[in-house]
Design a protein around this ligand. Structure first.
Ligand code: UDP
Length: 257
């Protein structure tokens, strides 16, 4: 299972070479080494950022991949490499296009930590408990009901479950396949803030800033392939659960260690 990558859209806009070298070049090295070692089952972490901007189109696995940034493009290229290596060497791949992963282990033993933090849910929690002065909303003039970007948030534990199912899929010799991993529900930045306030019982200090370079207006999965074909069962109504689990992790203090 190949997870390692650079994954920040803003950074990909300003330093595209690092994304191509690390995400695509590094993956090519790993895929070649896997084939050389006769490891022919490969699970790859791709991204909804490979889709780019599509107005009023349901994003399923057949939607054209038109990434707006080098992050999405560098991941799409790895998908192409996996297909070519499948044809040439019999490499079987499960490609997961992650939507926005959030949450933490419900027992709060493992959680999200990035330095610097760039992801919305941990930043909302940082603002709530005063670790930062305020959350800056990147853009309020998008063509969405409240003007802020919409994303499809998926619980990290659901993501883990999908990977186990992906391995079983390959072990059962079901062949190469691509799966969106999103719940099909979209939440705007303001809605995530509102849920954060509701779950924690505290307000989210915020201000507004310009749009983030390379940000898509809306990324919501329209596919149920992972549910119907893979047997994936993402938790229902999971945004509140994601925030609650992330908040529990946040409060352990491990987060700052
Ligand atoms: N976002 C924001 N302020 C922040 C960080 C993120 O408004 O400080 C927005 C970002 O523009 C995007 C959404 O929150 O629309 C989710 O961002 P994140 O970085 O978590 O994931 P991305 O969708 O960029 O991979």
């Amino acid at each position: 299972m190949h997870f390692a990558a650079l994954s920040q859209v803003g950074e990909a806009m300003s330093e595209p070479g690092r994304y191509w070298a690390n995400n695509t070049g590094g993956s090519l090295n790993l895929i070649e080494a896997a084939v050389a070692a006769n490891c022919l089952d490969f699970v790859f972490s791709s991204t909804c950022a490979t889709y780019g901007e599509h107005d009023n189109v349901v994003l399923d696995e057949t939607t054209p991949q038109l990434p707006l940034n080098a992050y999405g493009a560098s991941k799409r290229a790895v998908e192409d490499i996996l297909k070519d290596f499948g044809a040439a060497y019999g490499l079987r791949s499960v490609i997961f296009r992650y939507f926005n992963v959030a949450g933490a282990d419900p027992d709060a033993e493992v959680g999200e930590f990035h330095r610097p933090e760039t992801h919305l849910v941990p930043l909302v929690l940082d603002a709530i408990d005063g670790k930062r002065d305020a959350l800056t909303i990147f853009g309020t003039d998008y063509d969405t009901p409240d003007g802020t970007c919409i994303r499809d948030y998926v619980h990290v534990c659901d993501l883990v479950d999908a990977h186990v199912l992906g391995l079983k899929w390959l072990e059962a010799d079901k062949g190469s396949q691509v799966f969106n991993l999103g719940t099909g529900s979209g939440f705007s930045v303001r809605e995530v803030m509102d849920r954060g306030a509701a779950v924690t019982g505290r307000p989210v200090p915020c201000n507004t800033g310009p749009r983030g370079a390379g940000d898509c207006t809306k990324l919501v999965s329209g596919s149920t392939r992972a549910i119907t074909d893979l047997g994936w069962e993402p938790r229902p109504s999971s945004l509140d659960m994601m925030i609650a689990d992330a908040w529990k992790w946040h409060q352990t203090g491990h987060y700052e260690a």
